[in-house]
Design a protein around this ligand. Structure first.
Ligand code: ADP
Ligand code: TRP
Length: 321
């Protein structure tokens, strides 16, 4: 079973990215044929600073590898290192009705927020379809917000296959209901765009500062507290097994637990959890030629699969003559 997903390198990686996507992908590599990439072309829809994008790409790649993504077991690459994805995007565009894109929530939400509409933003789902179809993906784990994009991909693939025969595998979106949305500092979904993240690889002081900013209610220390409505509890629980979660719950309900105390514990847990990975990440970023070599090898592997698909497609559409 081929599983594919990508992450945009458009900002620092945070706990939402880790628990919502990265950890799951890293677990998959043991049993499945995992394809995982850094979606730097997609990030251009929100980031025009080329230097920041290039740096973000290297950092996201180093972070994924440091967190345990095994580049031997899986296929791991940077999207733009296989530029053939753009060629397929064009072919797919001709099988993408305008209405399909006009209905996309993600596009509509961005426009509603006042982001200027441009063709990149509009065509974003076609590039995403190209990522998925080029590599003959069967399953695509994504957050709820991306489900519609996988459905668009299916529609495009079915239209294309109807015209030319069975060229593409039809992918299934995989939405894991167990991985609830990780809340941010203010209780909304943790997201770069809301400025409410706890980042994975901050240095100690800055990390502590972020954790201390988690919004809590004004219940006095001695009073019992409701864990279910507490952002600190929700985030803390991600690091605990069932038994430890139940113990923490009891401490909340017993009263006498201050939010400052529980935030300090959470800060230490986050720091200690990511400390070993931080070292490895720094080493990878300190040797950029070495990191680029790893990424080149990943791109070679990805391109092998991409070319198999693309050769068939070029023949069918007639660009190979
Ligand atoms: P952001 O919202 O910070 O821009 P992205 O949209 O780039 O994050 O998300 C990349 C991946 O991380 C997606 O698979 C997404 O589902 C997952 N993800 C992001 N934020 C969260 C969250 N708060 N909870 C769970 N998963 C998340
Ligand atoms: N759009 C996805 C996101 O923002 C990232 C992405 C790009 C992706 N191409 C993909 C995810 C292909 C899955 C499959 O999270």
């Amino acid at each position: 079973m081929r599983i594919l997903s990508g992450i945009q390198p458009s900002g620092a990686l945070h706990l939402g990215n880790y628990f919502g996507m990265m950890q799951k992908m890293i677990d998959y590599q043991e049993q499945e044929d995992l394809f995982c990439f850094i979606a730097n072309y997609h990030a251009m829809t929100s980031l025009s600073d080329g230097k920041a994008l290039a740096r973000g790409t290297l950092e996201a790649a180093a972070s994924f590898i440091a967190l345990g993504l095994d580049t031997e077991k899986s296929t791991f690459w940077v999207q733009s290192d296989v530029p053939e994805v753009q060629e397929l995007t064009w072919f797919l565009s001709n099988f993408t009705p305008m209405g399909l894109l006009e209905r996309c929530h993600s596009y509509k939400d961005k426009i509603a927020k006042g982001i200027a509409a441009n063709h990149g933003l509009f065509a974003y789902p076609v590039l995403m379809a190209s990522d998925i179809l080029l590599y003959q993906s069967n399953r695509v784990p994504v957050g709820k917000d991306q489900k519609q994009h996988v459905e668009v991909t299916r529609d495009i693939a079915i239209k294309f296959n109807n015209e030319y025969g069975d060229i593409f595998a039809i992918p299934e979106p995989e939405i894991d209901d167990d991985v609830a949305t990780v809340p941010g500092l203010d209780g909304q979904k943790m997201s770069k765009s809301y400025g409410n993240t706890i980042d994975l690889f901050l240095e100690e002081k800055a990390l502590r500062k972020q954790v201390m900013r988690i919004v809590t209610d004004p219940t006095p220390v001695e009073d019992p507290k409701d864990p279910d409505s507490c952002n600190v509890f929700q985030i803390y629980s991600l690091f605990l097994d069932k038994k430890a979660q139940a113990d923490l719950r009891k401490r909340y309900e017993a009263g006498g637990l201050g939010y400052g105390e529980v935030k300090q514990e959470l800060f230490e847990i986050i720091r200690d959890k990511f400390e070993p990975y931080r070292q490895h990440r720094m080493e990878l970023l300190a040797d950029l030629p070495g990191l680029r070599e790893i990424l080149n090898q990943g791109a070679e592997k990805a391109r092998y699969t991409a070319m198999k698909t693309l050769r068939k497609v070029r023949k069918k559409v007639g660009s190979a003559y």
